[in-house]
Design a protein. Structure first.
Lengths: 364, 236
């Protein structure tokens, strides 16, 4: 990780350790600063990191391998439900998180292969339609699998999910350490931060690896990729499997943090939101994708909390519902982005070239 | 034993039999041309030999090993490389990156570096444009790049699919010069061409294909002289 980060800073021509230390410092004290404004903001930050994890997983499929996946949220759902069912009173099971989380990742990985295998020959819009259908199938399963055996508890969802616990140390309970008070969300923040650093490191390594080059070759031209000896079938399956695993891990963490899951959280809109993060930030570029996730989770929340008080202060009453303005601004931002920076905020080098060559990618 | 031995190869495309049980053999070091009209099944044959299509029956042996249903990614390590029809270069990668991709299956870095230098020497045009994006090259240069990329995999048998297609006459001459050079260096070549006269002038032996079957085979010189070939493929 340190290698990859320092390489990044070196590329930009700054002293590597100064920038890195600064970034680490800010990230370490961030939750305490946010807690001053209210625990809500720590939760929003946690959600941001969670979506960044999801977006990084989807980036492997869409950004690296060029396979348009519109049902990605399904893997998030698999991870979340795996955790919920194995650590809640629903089945009376309370397995520890370090058992379930890898299990959820494995299950999501299997789901990824299950989706990947029959769609290997599809590309572009055809693949998008099949993956979209897959996402909906998973959601509908979660919704209806309460009969004849109650597996998922249907639309009511699963409640009272266990938080992460190591012995007597629980991530849900507040604690005071060295005079600082660590609330539940702050504890999760640090955990999420560690997971994200690991996921970013894996992504950066992947991009520069042999597999990364194989993905790029497939994205560019599948026949040519075959001609240079790439096993396109396995390499594509690997992209689906790895992307899905990351989604599964994020899903498990989501379930533990919320303490509650229901099919509502795993709809098409969520899939599109994650895709928008990848596209907005710059497909294929790890840092761009993280930024995309941050903007699309944090800014809407910021708007939600400022639009209402602002209207009340200026006009004396709420003229336009914050939700409406939020989505309006969000839509406008996306349209402007696509108009002025179609390759994303921080496109990867190869992607930039693709747009410069005047040929858009298959992804909207 | 021949380097490549094909017996009773049959390939179907969604119910239509495109190649009807053909026999052919290529000896070590030979340059063999497979000629025929559009739609005769030449490209299908080549794709099946390169592992891109699965034959429905028949057998293919390479260097004594049965490789009949092996996928493309297993054939390159064995030494069979295909230069696909219509070039198929990575349009948005540079010339150098394309050549590097050609060595994807290899791990001997020093030798790859040496081969890169050799290929760039073989194609001075590519050397001039090594930092240029492949999509901006001319058709002939792209064909050179596709051949160069295949050479980066150190093939023993090079399968060339219509290398002259869509190129200006000057460029076609150049490409054939290169093919002769590669052959002279000891790489065995199986060349599929519509331009029968050029292909037969370069080749040692030739096969004539018609609606999925091989109808004629002989030395290249004999085929060039044969009345049947002259009438059907050389426009006389």
């Amino acid at each position: 990780m340190a290698d990859a980060l320092s390489a990044l800073f070196r590329r930009r021509g700054t002293k590597p350790w100064v920038g890195l230390a600064l970034l680490a410092g800010v990230l370490l004290i961030l939750p305490f600063m946010l807690a001053q404004a209210g625990t809500t903001w720590v939760r929003v930050t946690n959600l941001t990191i969670l979506f960044a994890l999801l977006a990084l997983g989807l980036n492997i499929v869409v950004g690296f391998a060029g396979l348009l996946d519109l049902g990605y949220i399904a893997f998030y759902a698999v991870g979340a439900y795996a955790y919920a069912l194995l650590a809640s009173p629903h089945f009376g099971l309370h397995l520890p998180f370090w058992v379930i989380l890898p299990m959820g990742a494995l299950l999501a990985c299997a789901a990824g292969v299950l989706l990947g295998a029959p769609t290997l020959k599809l590309r572009g819009d055809y693949l998008a339609i099949v993956t979209l259908g897959f996402g909906e199938i998973v959601r509908i399963f979660m919704n209806n699998l309460s009969q004849p055996f109650n597996v998922t508890n249907g639309p009511q969802g699963v409640t009272l999910i266990d938080p992460f616990r190591i012995g007597t140390f629980s991530f849900a309970k507040p604690e005071t350490l060295l005079g600082l008070s660590f609330s539940g969300p702050i504890k999760y923040y640090y955990l999420l931060l560690v997971v994200m650093v690991v996921v970013i490191a894996v992504n950066l390594r992947l991009e520069d690896s042999r597999i990364g080059r194989a993905w790029m070759a497939i994205r560019e031209d599948e026949l040519a990729a075959k001609a240079v000896g790439i096993d396109t079938r396995n390499v594509k399956l690997l992209a689906f499997a790895m992307g899905a695993s990351f989604g599964g891990i994020a899903g498990g963490m989501f379930a533990a943090m919320q303490g509650f899951v229901s099919p509502e959280s795993f709809g098409l809109v969520e899939s599109i939101m994650v895709l928008a993060m990848v596209v907005l930030g710059g497909m294929g570029n790890v840092w761009g994708v993280v930024l995309g996730a941050a903007l699309l989770t944090f800014v809407p929340e910021l708007l939600r909390h400022t639009v209402e008080p602002l209207q009340k202060g200026v006009l004396g009453r709420v003229v336009i519902e914050p939700e409406v303005i939020r989505m309006l601004l969000f839509g406008a931002a996306l349209v402007l982005m696509m108009r002025f920076r179609p390759a994303g905020l921080f496109p990867s080098r190869a992607r930039k070239r693709e747009f410069a060559a005047g040929r858009g990618p298959e992804v909207p | 034993m021949s380097l490549l031995e094909v017996k009773g190869l049959e390939v179907s495309y969604g119910g239509i039999v495109a190649v009807r049980g053909i026999h052919l053999a290529v000896e070590q070091g030979e340059l063999v041309a497979l000629i025929g009209a559009n739609g005769a099944g030449k490209t299908t044959t080549l794709k099946a030999l390169a592992g891109m299509l699965r034959p429905s029956s028949g057998s293919v042996h390479f260097d004594g090993h049965a490789i009949t249903r092996e996928p493309s990614h297993r054939l390159l390590p064995r030494g069979i490389a295909l230069v696909p029809e219509g070039r198929g270069v990575f349009a948005r990668l540079t010339v150098r990156e394309n050549l590097e991709m050609g060595a994807y299956i290899r791990h001997d870095r020093a030798a790859v570096k040496a081969d890169m230098a050799r290929v760039l020497e073989l194609f001075p045009r590519l050397h001039e444009r090594r930092a240029q994006v492949a999509g901006t090259l001319s058709g002939g240069e792209q064909q050179m790049l596709a051949i160069g990329r295949a050479l980066m995999g150190r093939p023993r048998l090079l399968l060339l699919d219509e290398p002259s297609m869509g190129l200006a006459p000057m460029m076609v001459q150049k490409i054939f010069e290169v093919i002769r050079m590669i052959s002279a260096e000891g790489v065995t070549v199986l060349l599929v061409e519509q331009n029968a006269s050029l292909a037969l002038q370069a080749a040692n032996r030739g096969y004539v294909m018609e609606s999925g079957a091989i109808t004629l085979t002989d030395s290249a010189a004999a085929l060039l002289a044969s009345a049947q070939v002259r009438q059907a493929y050389l426009g006389e």
